[in-house]
Design a protein around this ligand. Structure first.
Ligand code: FE2
Length: 167
């Protein structure tokens, strides 16, 4: 057991990059909410990707694939940002769901209803992340603000494109 003393679980560690511990902790909580919400949205977007039917099948199938691939990358970036500011990233579906502002899709609905819900979810994400940008800017965490600012545009664009397919 050569590695028996190796630390294998993430713990808070000291970070001396110019932000107070209290502020970093608040930002880690905020990022956890965005990550949890992104996870639930990821699952819903995939549900539409797999189950959508109708004349817009191909475009919605493709569009949702781009969305969930983007969410996958963004979730990773945001979780790694939590680590970089000294805290543990969320783990497990339960923690993701407990931190989500997006409600789970519990049963299959007609395609249009699911798309409408995705539009609202993307708008909800944009609002949540906008609050996150303000919180990050307040404590001069320009890196987190930058990462999240980009995400607002992505969610606004996704809402527009999905809305356009059903109008
Ligand atoms: Fe696929």
């Amino acid at each position: 057991m050569a590695h028996s003393n190796m630390q294998t679980v993430a713990q808070e560690f000291p970070v001396e990059t110019g932000m107070d511990r209290k502020d970093r902790r608040e930002l880690a909580k905020m990022l956890t909410q965005i990550i949890g919400s992104s996870h639930v949205l990821y699952a819903k977007v995939r549900g539409v990707h797999w189950n959508v039917v109708g004349p817009a099948f191909y475009s919605l199938h493709k569009m949702t694939e781009e969305e969930y691939e983007d969410l996958n990358v963004a979730i990773d970036d945001m979780a790694e940002r939590i680590r970089a500011i000294g805290f543990a990233a969320p783990t497990g579906l339960k923690e993701m769901m407990e931190n989500s502002v997006i409600s789970d899709q519990e049963k299959l609905l007609p395609a249009n209803d699911m798309i409408k819900e995705l539009v609202e979810d993307h708008e909800k994400m944009a609002r949540l992340i906008r609050e996150g940008v303000s919180a990050a800017e307040e404590v001069d965490d320009v890196k987190t603000a930058d990462l999240l600012t980009e995400r607002i545009g992505v969610h606004e664009e996704a809402a527009w494109m999905l809305r356009a397919t059903i109008s």
